[in-house]
Every structure is written in C-alpha cells, then in structure tokens.
Design a protein around this ligand. Structure first.
Ligand SMILES: Nc1ncnc2c1ncn2[C@@H]1O[C@H](COP(=O)(O)OP(=O)(O)O)[C@@H](O)[C@H]1O
Ligand SMILES: [Mg+2]
Length: 243
C-alpha cells in the first residue's frame, strides 16, 4: 500500500458524525402578512454537525417553527443558502426536495398529526408509501418500527385508542421507519404530561444514539432542553447559542 493510499484510509476513518449536516449562511425568511413583510428568520451563520442533538428554545413567534421548516425543506428561504449534507437546497427542484424529505428527514409535531382513521401500523406505513417499498415490505417495517418504540402490541389500535404518549411514539415510529439521517421535532412533548414527556424523551434519546441521528428539537421545556448536547435560542428570527 502506498503512502497515498494510507492517508486515504486515515481520512475515511473519521466518523461520519463529525461531518456537517446543515450549514446556513445569511438565511432570511419573510412572510407577507396584511400587506406588511414579517421577517421571521434572520440567521447569519449556523452549522449543525451530523449526529448532534440540538434543542431550540425561545419566545412564541421567535422563528422556531420557521427554522424547522427551512431545515426540513418544507419551505424555501427568502434569501441565503442552506446546505444539507453538502448539497445546496436552493439548487434543487421541488421534486428533489420531496425526495430528500421522504427519504432523509423525519418530522414529529406537538399534536402528533396521526391520521385518525388509520391504525398505528397503517399510520407508520404512510411514511413508506412514497419510497417505493411494496405493501408486504411496508407492513413488515412498520411492525418493526412499532416494536422499536415499545408498541408491538398496539399495531391495530386507532389513535383514539392510544394515550398521548403512545400516539407520539407511533409518530416517532412513522418518522423513523424510513431510516432518516435527521429527525426534526417541533415541541414533541408539548401536549404530554410529565410522565409521558419523560417516556417520549427517553425514547427519542435512545433512537438518536442508536441510529446516529441528527436530532433537532424545539422545546419550551428546560428539563428537556438540558438533555441536548447543544442549546440554541431564537428570538426575533436571530439564533444565539444558549449556555
Ligand atoms: N405562514 C405565515 N404567514 C405569515 N406570518 C407567519 C407565517 N408563519 C409564521 N409567521 C410569523 O413569523 C414569525 C415566526 O413564527 P414561528 O416560526 O411560527 O415562531 P415560533 O415557532 O417560534 O412560535 C411570527 O411573527 C409569525 O407570526
Ligand atoms: Mg412554533
């Protein structure tokens, strides 16, 4: 083996978690509201390494959900650049953004967003419908994902037949069944009592660690935020590192 090849091996041995997942540069997002422009986001620079667990806090209306929407490629910034795994999202067409969302990014929300007429397994399967997995494969993976969140015995329950904590666990299974690189969570424990909050947080942390996820979580709850590796604060659209 030549020296050159050795150095290639050394470079490759840097763990993936040290690479950059997101890089934001001069990102703004404006909304038009009653004839006025509202600047919801104004981020000079923000870098999020792959594998990091980040908590985002700040006042209502500060721009937390707007930032998550940008990171999730659900919406485009008004100006500036966001790279995801080194790819500039601004250069991608809507269909390509859709593929990234479907394959690489999982979302969970405060109000779970489950489909009330589908049982737990069917809700989880919806995440795979656009990913070209056949029906039998979808069912199998949905059941595995439910087992991973401790709900193997609730697969045929409707959301209304589950507790809030269980519904959020179904939503987590739905977000993770596609094996995403990133999990974006907007107030995931906001509608849960303390016991269920702890249960959901423990589950999220375990999944983050086991699956080497980048976990970015908006939370009003300082007890939840303290469990993150890094805490950001957003107010008036500006991001600062919180101690
Ligand atoms: N779709 C929208 N249209 C107009 N204004 C919006 C829209 N979404 C958010 N905003 C405004 O952008 C700002 C940031 O909102 P948001 O990101 O939802 O804050 P947070 O999640 O921190 O409460 C607020 O002033 C809000 O009113
Ligand atoms: Mg919000």
């Amino acid at each position: 083996m030549s020296l050159n090849q050795n150095s290639t091996v050394a470079t490759n041995s840097i763990p993936e978690r040290e690479s950059v997942m997101y890089q934001l540069t001069s990102v703004t997002k404006n909304y038009a509201h009653k004839g006025k422009t509202v600047r919801a986001l104004d981020v000079a620079e923000l870098s999020i390494p792959a594998g990091q667990m980040v908590a985002i806090q700040g006042p209502t209306g500060g721009g937390k959900s707007t930032l998550l929407q940008m990171l999730g490629a659900l919406d485009r910034p008004t100006s500036g650049s966001i790279t995801f795994g080194g790819k500039d999202l601004a250069t991608l067409r809507s269909a390509q953004l859709g593929t990234i969302r479907a394959e690489k990014i999982g979302f969970i929300f405060q109000n779970f967003n489950l489909i009330p007429t589908l049982n737990a397994a069917q809700n989880v399967e919806t995440a795979l419908a656009v990913n070209g997995v056949d029906k039998a494969g979808r069912k199998e993976r949905a059941l595995e994902a439910l087992a991973a969140v401790g709900l193997a015995d609730r697969a045929d329950h409707l959301p209304s037949e589950l507790s809030g904590g269980q519904q959020q666990r179904v939503a987590i299974a739905r977000a993770l069944v596609k094996n995403p690189q990133v999990l974006l969570a907007d107030e995931p424990t906001g509608n849960l009592d303390e016991a269920m909050r702890d249960e959901v947080m423990e589950l999220l942390e375990r999944q983050w660690r086991e699956k080497n996820l980048t976990l970015i979580m908006v939370t009003h709850d300082s007890a939840v935020a303290r469990r993150a590796q890094r805490r950001l604060r957003i107010a008036h659209g500006k991001v600062t590192e919180a101690k």
